[in-house]
Design a protein around this ligand. Structure first.
Ligand SMILES: [Zn+2]
Length: 256
């Protein structure tokens, strides 16, 4: 960057005030640089050169050409994800219409973890999880290893946790979300499904039956994951209690 360009950038940013805290926070875990553009405002310039604005759509959530919602970076934090004691989720129409942490900006994930199946696969490592080794993205693997250490400690007091951690559903799988074109967080190697038999999933509701939140996953399992930056699908209206996903920005109080 030339001195003149640097000066112009600094002046533009001075005029824009400070960047949103949640935006700056993203750069701790994702590949992007906070920048301000005169017409688009604050945003991240990703490692591939693409600029993703903080709030890109006036109505909060945009829609792609086929009618599917595209979240903006600011939407990542809405509604806020609340860790801690397990709270039943009101799945009725009157309850919250949304799932904290389920808004993902795919461009950000692609720039950070890999833009294709091969690119992600090249950066997978293996993490031992209660008997077997599973592929996980190298950037999220240390956090999963710390979860395992916490769970091993918890097992000393609660041996009944073990069946939830054995014969797990899996980790990396390059696939889209069911009935959507968006890539699942499993595609990026940052999600793990624990034991499926002991889990509950909103799509398992019988046709014609009202969707009612159910959960059997113990608090100690949820605590171990959340302590290391993983969100839990059991906090969603579209509940998926086997699912844990590495989203440290949602579990850092200073990012809100
Ligand atoms: Zn999952």
């Amino acid at each position: 960057m030339t001195a003149a360009l640097l000066l112009a950038t600094l002046l533009a940013q001075a005029g824009a005030g400070a960047p949103p805290r949640g935006l700056t926070c993203l750069t701790r875990w994702y590949d992007g640089e906070v920048q301000h553009q005169p017409d688009a405002g604050w945003g991240l310039t990703l490692s591939n050169g693409v600029f993703v604005p903080w709030t890109s759509r006036t109505d909060g959530v945009g829609v792609d050409p086929e009618g599917e919602a595209i979240p903006s970076l600011a939407d990542i934090y809405e509604p806020p994800y609340a860790a801690g004691p397990i709270v039943p989720v009101d799945t009725s129409d009157a309850g919250s219409p949304v799932d904290p942490g389920r808004a993902r900006v795919e461009e950000l994930f692609r720039a950070t973890y890999g833009a294709s199946r091969d690119a992600v696969q090249a950066r997978l490592t293996k993490v031992r999880f209660f008997g077997l080794r599973y592929p996980f993205h190298e950037r999220a693997a240390p956090a999963l290893e710390r979860v395992v250490a916490r769970l091993q400690e918890a097992l000393k007091h609660e041996p009944k946790l073990l069946p939830f951690l054995r014969e797990i559903g899996g980790t990396w799988h390059w696939r889209t979300i069911k009935r959507s074109r968006a890539l699942s967080s499993h595609a990026f190697g940052i999600a793990i499904d624990i034991n499926v038999e002991r889990s509950n999933y909103w799509r398992w509701t019988y046709r014609g039956q009202p969707m009612v939140w159910k959960n059997r996953v113990p608090q100690a399992v949820v605590d171990a994951f959340e302590a290391e930056g993983f969100i839990w699908g059991g906090r969603w209206k579209h509940y998926d209690t086997m699912h844990f996903e590495y989203r440290p920005e949602l579990l850092s109080p200073d990012c809100r």
